[in-house]
Design a protein around this ligand. Structure first.
Ligand code: FES
Length: 322
C-alpha cells in the first residue's frame, strides 16, 4: 500500500503507561483489518491543531492473522511543540484520526546471528515490537531497557511476557547498583554477526553511540525521535540535480532543499518529518556523490539512496534515478 495514503482510524482505547506516557490503540472505524506492517515500522499521525508526528508501532504484527489495531505510545514532552500535547490533551476515546499507512525505516536484519536491542524511555515502542517478532521466530536476541524508575517503565506488562522476560535486562537510573547497565561493558565486545538497534532520547542515543564507536557502522541501526541538536542540516553550496530518467537538470539554491527545488518544477517528493528521520523522501540516486544528513539510512543504503529533504551534492551535481 502507498505509505503516503491516509487512513482514518478510531481511537479505541487510551490508557496510562507512566506519568508522562499514554498508550493509544487505533482501529479501523468499521472494525476492518488495517494495512499490515513489519516490526520497527511507524505511522504518521495527523492530530488536532494541524500537527503531524511519527509514532512507532509498539506490538509485533500477528504472524498469521490480519492486523486489527495499531498500538502507539506517546510521551508528553515538557518542551512539546504541540504534537504530544495535542495527543495528551485533545484526543479522546472514540475520536477519528488520520494516519499514514505503516512505513519501516528501522527493520530487523534478517541474516543477523544475534540482535542486541537497546531502548531508552519511550524508545521502547519499536524495540518491543522487534523483540516480540524475534521471540516468535526463535531468534537469538537481548533487549535492554533503560528507564528512570519502574514507575517510568512503559509497556511493563508486555515486557513481563514469558517470551520476553528471559531476554530482558532492565536499567533503572534510580535503582540499586544491580539494576544498572554499564553501556561500555555491555558493548565492549561485539559477538560475531551481532547487530545493534537503538532508540531513545538524544542523550541516550549519543551515549550508546559513544560506547559502540568500535562497532562497524553497518551493524548499528538507530531510530531517532528528532535530529540531534548538533546535526548540520542547514543550507550549503548551490548545486544541480540531474534527473537521469527524465533527462532534465534542476538547480538547487544555497538556501533551498532538493525537495523544494523539485517542487518548484512540479515534481512532488513526499515528505513528512523534513529532518531526515522518517524516510518519506528517500529516492534512488548516486549516494556516493551526496553529503547525507539523514538519520534513517544505513551506510550501505546511502550508496544508492538519498533522503532528499536534507541531502546535498558533494560537488556541483547530484544524479537521481528519477
Ligand atoms: S521527510 Fe522525513 S526523512 Fe525526509
Amino acid at each position: 500500500m502507498n505509505p503516503q495514503r491516509r487512513l482514518t482510524v478510531r481511537v479505541a482505547r487510551i490508557w496510562r503507561q507512566t506519568p508522562h506516557i499514554l498508550a493509544f490503540e487505533l482501529t479501523h472505524p468499521w472494525g476492518r483489518p488495517l494495512p499490515g506492517y513489519e516490526a520497527g515500522a511507524h505511522i504518521d499521525v495527523h492530530m488536532p491543531g494541524g500537527f503531524s508526528r511519527q509514532y512507532s508501532l509498539a506490538l509485533a504484527p500477528p504472524a498469521a492473522a490480519p492486523v486489527m489495531s495499531y498500538l502507539i505510545g506517546v510521551k508528553r514532552e515538557a518542551a512539546s511543540r504541540g504534537g504530544s500535547a495535542s495527543m495528551h490533551e485533545r484526543v479522546r476515546t472514540g475520536d477519528l484520526l488520520a494516519v499514514s499507512a505503516p512505513r519501516n525505516t528501522f527493520p530487523l536484519c534478517p541474516q543477523a546471528a544475534q540482535h542486541l536491542l537497546l531502548a531508552g524511555g519511550i524508545g521502547i515502542t519499536p524495540l518491543l515490537a522487534m523483540a516480540q517478532a524475534l521471540a516468535a521466530r526463535g531468534a537469538n536476541f537481548r533487549l535492554c531497557v533503560f528507564a528512570r524508575s519502574r514507575e517510568h517503565l512503559a509497556f511493563a506488562d508486555a515486557l513481563r511476557a514469558p517470551a520476553l522476560a528471559p531476554r530482558l535486562r532492565l536499567h533503572l537510573d534510580q535503582g540499586e547498583a544491580a539494576e544498572r547497565i554499564d553501556l561500555h561493558a555491555l558493548l565492549a565486545e561485539r559477538a560475531p554477526g551481532a547487530q545493534l538497534y537503538l532508540c531513545g532520547p538524544g542523550g541516550f542515543m549519543q551515549a550508546v553511540r559513544d560506547a559502540a564507536r568500535h562497532w562497524p557502522e553497518d551493524a548499528l541501526h538507530a531510530e531517532y525521535f528528532a535530529a540531534p541538536a548538533d546535526a548540520d542540516q542547514s543550507a550549503g553550496q548551490p548545486f544541480t540535480l540531474r534527473l537521469a530518467q527524465r533527462g532534465i537538470s534542476v538547480p538547487v539554491a544555497a538556501d533551498q532543499s532538493a525537495v523544494d527545488a523539485l517542487r518548484q518544477v512540479g515534481i512532488d517528493i513526499p515528505v513528512s518529518c523534513q529532518q531526515g528521520l522518517c524516510g518519506s523522501c528517500v529516492v534512488p540516486g548516486d549516494g556516493a556523490g551526496a553529503e547525507h544528513h539523514d538519520f534513517c539510512l544505513t551506510a550501505s543504503e546511502r550508496q544508492t539512496r538519498l533522503a532528499l529533504c536534507c541531502a546535498r551534492a558533494k560537488g556541483q551535481e547530484l544524479v537521481l534515478q528519477l
